[in-house]
Design a protein around this ligand. Structure first.
Ligand SMILES: Nc1ncnc2c1ncn2[C@@H]1O[C@H](COP(=O)(O)OP(=O)(O)OP(=O)(O)O)[C@@H](O)[C@H]1O
Ligand SMILES: [Mg+2]
Length: 301
Protein backbone atom coordinates (compact mmCIF):
# COMPACT_ATOMS: atom_id res chain seq x y z
CA UNK A 1 0.00 0.00 0.00
CA UNK A 2 1.28 3.50 -0.77
CA UNK A 3 2.49 5.58 2.20
CA UNK A 4 2.62 9.36 2.12
CA UNK A 5 4.90 9.52 -0.89
CA UNK A 6 2.35 8.17 -3.31
CA UNK A 7 2.64 4.86 -5.16
CA UNK A 8 6.09 3.26 -5.00
CA UNK A 9 7.77 0.06 -6.19
CA UNK A 10 5.31 -2.84 -5.98
CA UNK A 11 2.22 -0.60 -6.09
CA UNK A 12 -0.37 -0.57 -8.85
CA UNK A 13 -1.57 2.83 -10.10
CA UNK A 14 -5.21 3.82 -9.49
CA UNK A 15 -6.41 2.73 -12.95
CA UNK A 16 -5.29 -0.81 -12.11
CA UNK A 17 -3.54 -0.93 -15.50
CA UNK A 18 0.09 -0.31 -14.54
CA UNK A 19 2.39 -1.48 -11.73
CA UNK A 20 5.67 0.14 -10.65
CA UNK A 21 8.22 -2.67 -10.73
CA UNK A 22 11.74 -1.33 -10.05
CA UNK A 23 13.68 1.96 -10.10
CA UNK A 24 15.91 2.59 -13.12
CA UNK A 25 19.49 3.27 -11.93
CA UNK A 26 20.60 6.90 -12.43
CA UNK A 27 17.07 7.94 -13.38
CA UNK A 28 16.40 10.27 -10.45
CA UNK A 29 15.80 13.73 -11.91
CA UNK A 30 15.14 17.18 -10.55
CA UNK A 31 11.47 16.54 -9.98
CA UNK A 32 10.90 12.94 -10.73
CA UNK A 33 12.14 9.39 -10.80
CA UNK A 34 11.76 6.96 -13.67
CA UNK A 35 10.83 3.36 -12.94
CA UNK A 36 10.48 0.17 -14.86
CA UNK A 37 6.79 -0.73 -14.87
CA UNK A 38 4.44 -3.35 -16.23
CA UNK A 39 1.04 -3.43 -17.87
CA UNK A 40 -1.34 -5.37 -15.60
CA UNK A 41 -3.89 -7.76 -17.00
CA UNK A 42 -6.11 -9.64 -14.52
CA UNK A 43 -3.54 -8.97 -11.81
CA UNK A 44 -0.68 -10.40 -13.87
CA UNK A 45 2.36 -8.36 -14.96
CA UNK A 46 2.68 -8.18 -18.74
CA UNK A 47 4.37 -5.81 -21.19
CA UNK A 48 7.20 -3.67 -19.83
CA UNK A 49 6.67 0.12 -19.70
CA UNK A 50 8.48 3.07 -18.15
CA UNK A 51 6.76 5.09 -15.42
CA UNK A 52 7.98 8.61 -14.65
CA UNK A 53 6.82 9.72 -11.23
CA UNK A 54 6.64 13.49 -11.04
CA UNK A 55 6.40 15.27 -7.71
CA UNK A 56 4.09 18.13 -8.65
CA UNK A 57 5.38 20.63 -6.07
CA UNK A 58 8.92 20.28 -7.47
CA UNK A 59 7.73 20.40 -11.09
CA UNK A 60 5.73 23.58 -10.40
CA UNK A 61 8.71 25.18 -8.68
CA UNK A 62 10.87 24.37 -11.68
CA UNK A 63 8.31 25.73 -14.18
CA UNK A 64 8.04 28.95 -12.14
CA UNK A 65 11.81 29.37 -12.24
CA UNK A 66 11.78 29.04 -16.05
CA UNK A 67 8.56 30.95 -16.74
CA UNK A 68 8.07 33.40 -13.86
CA UNK A 69 4.83 34.76 -15.38
CA UNK A 70 3.23 31.38 -16.02
CA UNK A 71 -0.30 31.75 -14.59
CA UNK A 72 -1.09 28.04 -14.25
CA UNK A 73 1.93 25.69 -14.18
CA UNK A 74 -0.29 22.62 -13.82
CA UNK A 75 -2.15 23.47 -17.02
CA UNK A 76 1.21 24.07 -18.69
CA UNK A 77 2.37 20.57 -17.75
CA UNK A 78 -0.87 19.03 -18.98
CA UNK A 79 -0.63 20.92 -22.28
CA UNK A 80 2.90 19.66 -22.73
CA UNK A 81 1.83 16.04 -22.14
CA UNK A 82 -1.19 16.36 -24.36
CA UNK A 83 0.26 18.20 -27.33
CA UNK A 84 3.87 17.26 -27.60
CA UNK A 85 3.90 13.81 -26.12
CA UNK A 86 0.62 11.98 -26.34
CA UNK A 87 0.23 12.98 -29.97
CA UNK A 88 3.74 12.33 -31.35
CA UNK A 89 3.93 8.94 -33.00
CA UNK A 90 7.30 8.14 -34.48
CA UNK A 91 9.55 5.07 -34.12
CA UNK A 92 12.52 7.09 -32.78
CA UNK A 93 10.54 9.23 -30.33
CA UNK A 94 9.49 7.69 -27.05
CA UNK A 95 5.72 7.36 -27.01
CA UNK A 96 3.73 8.49 -23.99
CA UNK A 97 0.68 6.29 -23.40
CA UNK A 98 -1.14 8.18 -20.65
CA UNK A 99 -0.79 10.14 -17.43
CA UNK A 100 -2.32 9.23 -14.06
CA UNK A 101 -2.67 11.51 -11.04
CA UNK A 102 -2.65 10.59 -7.35
CA UNK A 103 -2.64 12.27 -3.95
CA UNK A 104 -0.06 11.45 -1.28
CA UNK A 105 -1.95 8.34 -0.16
CA UNK A 106 -1.91 6.98 -3.72
CA UNK A 107 -5.64 7.26 -4.38
CA UNK A 108 -6.85 8.91 -7.61
CA UNK A 109 -6.71 12.68 -7.89
CA UNK A 110 -7.16 15.23 -10.64
CA UNK A 111 -4.66 17.54 -12.28
CA UNK A 112 -5.73 20.53 -10.17
CA UNK A 113 -5.00 18.92 -6.79
CA UNK A 114 -2.72 15.92 -7.35
CA UNK A 115 0.56 15.50 -5.45
CA UNK A 116 2.02 13.15 -8.05
CA UNK A 117 1.68 12.60 -11.79
CA UNK A 118 2.71 9.30 -13.36
CA UNK A 119 3.65 9.48 -17.02
CA UNK A 120 3.35 6.04 -18.59
CA UNK A 121 5.68 5.59 -21.55
CA UNK A 122 6.72 2.82 -23.87
CA UNK A 123 9.81 1.00 -22.59
CA UNK A 124 12.72 2.67 -24.43
CA UNK A 125 15.76 0.63 -23.35
CA UNK A 126 19.09 1.69 -21.86
CA UNK A 127 20.34 5.28 -21.69
CA UNK A 128 22.80 6.03 -24.51
CA UNK A 129 25.19 7.62 -22.00
CA UNK A 130 25.54 4.25 -20.25
CA UNK A 131 26.19 2.41 -23.53
CA UNK A 132 28.83 5.01 -24.49
CA UNK A 133 30.54 4.82 -21.10
CA UNK A 134 30.49 1.01 -21.02
CA UNK A 135 32.20 0.88 -24.43
CA UNK A 136 34.56 3.82 -23.89
CA UNK A 137 33.01 5.47 -26.96
CA UNK A 138 31.18 3.90 -29.88
CA UNK A 139 32.73 2.43 -33.00
CA UNK A 140 32.19 4.81 -35.92
CA UNK A 141 29.87 2.39 -37.75
CA UNK A 142 27.70 2.02 -34.70
CA UNK A 143 27.78 5.76 -33.99
CA UNK A 144 26.76 6.47 -37.60
CA UNK A 145 23.68 4.28 -37.41
CA UNK A 146 22.61 5.49 -33.99
CA UNK A 147 23.21 9.16 -34.81
CA UNK A 148 21.25 8.81 -38.06
CA UNK A 149 18.21 7.67 -36.09
CA UNK A 150 18.62 10.55 -33.62
CA UNK A 151 18.69 12.98 -36.59
CA UNK A 152 15.53 11.49 -38.08
CA UNK A 153 13.79 11.72 -34.69
CA UNK A 154 14.82 15.36 -34.22
CA UNK A 155 13.80 16.20 -37.79
CA UNK A 156 10.36 14.77 -37.03
CA UNK A 157 10.08 16.82 -33.83
CA UNK A 158 11.07 20.00 -35.67
CA UNK A 159 8.61 19.28 -38.50
CA UNK A 160 5.91 18.93 -35.84
CA UNK A 161 6.95 22.32 -34.44
CA UNK A 162 8.60 20.96 -31.29
CA UNK A 163 12.02 22.05 -30.05
CA UNK A 164 13.47 19.59 -27.56
CA UNK A 165 16.04 21.92 -25.91
CA UNK A 166 17.75 19.20 -23.85
CA UNK A 167 19.36 16.84 -26.35
CA UNK A 168 22.19 14.88 -24.70
CA UNK A 169 23.17 11.22 -24.30
CA UNK A 170 21.15 10.94 -21.05
CA UNK A 171 18.01 11.84 -22.99
CA UNK A 172 18.48 9.30 -25.76
CA UNK A 173 17.85 5.62 -25.10
CA UNK A 174 18.69 2.52 -27.05
CA UNK A 175 16.57 -0.60 -27.43
CA UNK A 176 17.99 -3.93 -28.58
CA UNK A 177 18.90 -4.54 -32.21
CA UNK A 178 16.33 -5.66 -34.77
CA UNK A 179 16.60 -6.62 -38.44
CA UNK A 180 16.62 -3.00 -39.63
CA UNK A 181 18.72 -1.64 -36.77
CA UNK A 182 21.69 -3.92 -36.08
CA UNK A 183 23.14 -1.43 -33.57
CA UNK A 184 19.89 -0.85 -31.65
CA UNK A 185 16.79 1.32 -31.94
CA UNK A 186 16.96 4.92 -30.77
CA UNK A 187 14.28 6.63 -28.69
CA UNK A 188 14.39 10.32 -27.80
CA UNK A 189 13.10 10.85 -24.25
CA UNK A 190 12.63 13.66 -21.68
CA UNK A 191 10.40 16.39 -23.03
CA UNK A 192 10.62 18.37 -19.79
CA UNK A 193 12.06 21.41 -21.60
CA UNK A 194 10.44 20.87 -25.00
CA UNK A 195 8.28 23.63 -26.42
CA UNK A 196 5.81 23.60 -29.28
CA UNK A 197 5.43 26.51 -31.70
CA UNK A 198 1.90 27.11 -30.45
CA UNK A 199 3.26 27.72 -26.94
CA UNK A 200 5.07 30.83 -28.15
CA UNK A 201 8.59 31.97 -28.99
CA UNK A 202 11.69 30.26 -27.61
CA UNK A 203 13.13 32.76 -25.16
CA UNK A 204 14.00 30.98 -21.91
CA UNK A 205 17.53 30.25 -20.83
CA UNK A 206 17.13 26.49 -20.44
CA UNK A 207 19.10 23.34 -21.24
CA UNK A 208 22.11 21.48 -19.88
CA UNK A 209 25.19 23.71 -19.90
CA UNK A 210 27.64 21.41 -21.62
CA UNK A 211 25.28 20.73 -24.53
CA UNK A 212 23.64 24.14 -24.70
CA UNK A 213 23.86 26.30 -27.83
CA UNK A 214 25.46 29.67 -27.04
CA UNK A 215 22.61 31.57 -28.67
CA UNK A 216 20.27 30.41 -25.91
CA UNK A 217 22.09 32.49 -23.34
CA UNK A 218 22.87 35.32 -25.81
CA UNK A 219 19.25 35.59 -26.98
CA UNK A 220 18.01 35.49 -23.41
CA UNK A 221 20.36 38.28 -22.36
CA UNK A 222 19.33 40.45 -25.31
CA UNK A 223 15.64 39.69 -24.98
CA UNK A 224 15.49 37.97 -28.39
CA UNK A 225 13.98 34.66 -29.43
CA UNK A 226 16.02 31.74 -30.74
CA UNK A 227 14.83 28.81 -32.84
CA UNK A 228 14.86 25.03 -32.98
CA UNK A 229 18.39 25.04 -34.46
CA UNK A 230 19.64 25.09 -30.87
CA UNK A 231 19.00 21.33 -30.91
CA UNK A 232 21.57 21.02 -33.71
CA UNK A 233 24.35 22.38 -31.51
CA UNK A 234 23.42 19.85 -28.83
CA UNK A 235 23.49 17.12 -31.48
CA UNK A 236 27.10 18.04 -32.30
CA UNK A 237 28.07 17.79 -28.62
CA UNK A 238 26.18 14.51 -28.34
CA UNK A 239 27.90 13.04 -31.39
CA UNK A 240 31.33 13.98 -30.09
CA UNK A 241 30.56 12.35 -26.77
CA UNK A 242 29.20 9.24 -28.49
CA UNK A 243 32.48 8.85 -30.37
CA UNK A 244 34.90 9.68 -27.58
CA UNK A 245 33.07 9.01 -24.29
CA UNK A 246 34.41 12.42 -23.43
CA UNK A 247 32.57 15.68 -22.98
CA UNK A 248 32.75 17.97 -25.97
CA UNK A 249 35.07 20.91 -25.51
CA UNK A 250 32.41 23.16 -26.96
CA UNK A 251 30.84 24.22 -23.71
CA UNK A 252 33.65 23.68 -21.26
CA UNK A 253 33.58 26.05 -18.34
CA UNK A 254 37.17 26.01 -17.12
CA UNK A 255 39.46 25.02 -19.95
CA UNK A 256 39.60 21.32 -19.13
CA UNK A 257 37.67 18.82 -21.24
CA UNK A 258 35.14 17.25 -18.95
CA UNK A 259 34.64 13.51 -19.15
CA UNK A 260 31.24 12.06 -19.86
CA UNK A 261 30.10 10.61 -16.57
CA UNK A 262 27.23 10.32 -14.15
CA UNK A 263 28.93 12.21 -11.31
CA UNK A 264 27.29 15.27 -9.83
CA UNK A 265 29.58 18.31 -10.15
CA UNK A 266 32.34 18.84 -9.18
CA UNK A 267 33.36 15.61 -10.80
CA UNK A 268 36.65 13.82 -10.21
CA UNK A 269 35.90 11.06 -12.68
CA UNK A 270 38.82 9.86 -14.79
CA UNK A 271 36.82 8.44 -17.71
CA UNK A 272 39.18 8.79 -20.65
CA UNK A 273 38.52 8.91 -24.35
CA UNK A 274 39.70 5.67 -25.89
CA UNK A 275 38.93 6.52 -29.46
CA UNK A 276 40.48 8.94 -31.88
CA UNK A 277 37.89 10.66 -34.01
CA UNK A 278 38.59 10.55 -37.73
CA UNK A 279 38.69 13.73 -39.80
CA UNK A 280 35.25 13.34 -41.41
CA UNK A 281 33.54 12.89 -38.07
CA UNK A 282 35.47 15.76 -36.53
CA UNK A 283 34.30 18.00 -39.39
CA UNK A 284 30.71 16.94 -38.76
CA UNK A 285 30.98 17.64 -35.02
CA UNK A 286 32.70 20.93 -35.74
CA UNK A 287 30.06 22.04 -38.20
CA UNK A 288 27.31 21.57 -35.64
CA UNK A 289 29.02 22.59 -32.41
CA UNK A 290 32.12 24.71 -32.90
CA UNK A 291 35.13 24.99 -30.57
CA UNK A 292 35.73 21.25 -30.70
CA UNK A 293 39.35 20.09 -30.60
CA UNK A 294 41.37 20.32 -33.84
CA UNK A 295 41.56 17.24 -36.02
CA UNK A 296 44.12 14.77 -34.77
CA UNK A 297 47.35 15.20 -36.76
CA UNK A 298 47.49 11.43 -37.48
CA UNK A 299 44.37 11.85 -39.58
CA UNK A 300 45.57 14.92 -41.49
CA UNK A 301 45.98 14.29 -45.22
N1 LIG B 1 10.69 5.44 -21.66
C1 LIG B 1 11.81 5.10 -21.03
N2 LIG B 1 12.27 3.83 -21.08
C2 LIG B 1 13.41 3.47 -20.43
N3 LIG B 1 14.16 4.32 -19.73
C3 LIG B 1 13.75 5.60 -19.64
C4 LIG B 1 12.57 6.05 -20.29
N4 LIG B 1 12.42 7.37 -20.04
C5 LIG B 1 13.45 7.71 -19.27
N5 LIG B 1 14.26 6.66 -19.03
C6 LIG B 1 15.49 6.66 -18.24
O1 LIG B 1 15.33 7.55 -17.16
C7 LIG B 1 16.31 8.58 -17.23
C8 LIG B 1 15.68 9.88 -16.76
O2 LIG B 1 14.53 10.15 -17.56
P1 LIG B 1 14.23 11.61 -18.06
O3 LIG B 1 15.41 12.10 -18.81
O4 LIG B 1 12.90 11.61 -18.71
O5 LIG B 1 14.08 12.33 -16.69
P2 LIG B 1 14.93 13.44 -15.95
O6 LIG B 1 16.09 13.90 -16.73
O7 LIG B 1 15.13 12.90 -14.60
O8 LIG B 1 13.79 14.42 -15.94
P3 LIG B 1 13.64 15.92 -15.79
O9 LIG B 1 14.73 16.57 -16.61
O10 LIG B 1 12.29 16.06 -16.42
O11 LIG B 1 13.72 16.14 -14.31
C9 LIG B 1 16.79 8.61 -18.68
O12 LIG B 1 18.13 9.09 -18.76
C10 LIG B 1 16.69 7.15 -19.05
O13 LIG B 1 17.83 6.46 -18.55
MG1 LIG C 1 16.68 13.66 -18.70
Amino acid sequence: MPGHDGPEVGDTLPSGRYRIVAPIPNAQGAFGQVFEGAVMTDGVEGQKVAVKKITMSRAIQSIRSIYPNMPNPRAHLAREWRTSLLSVNHPYICRTHCVEFTNAAGTPADLATCKFAFVIMEWAGEALIDVVLERGGLEEGSAREIFWQILIGIEELHKTGISHRDIKPENITLLGADADHPHGVVKIVDFGLAKTESQGALESNVGTERYKAPEIRESYERGHAYDSKVDVWSLGCTLYEMLTAKGSLANRANGAPRPACRCPPPCACLTAARRQVSSGWTRLCTSTATSLPPEPSSNAA
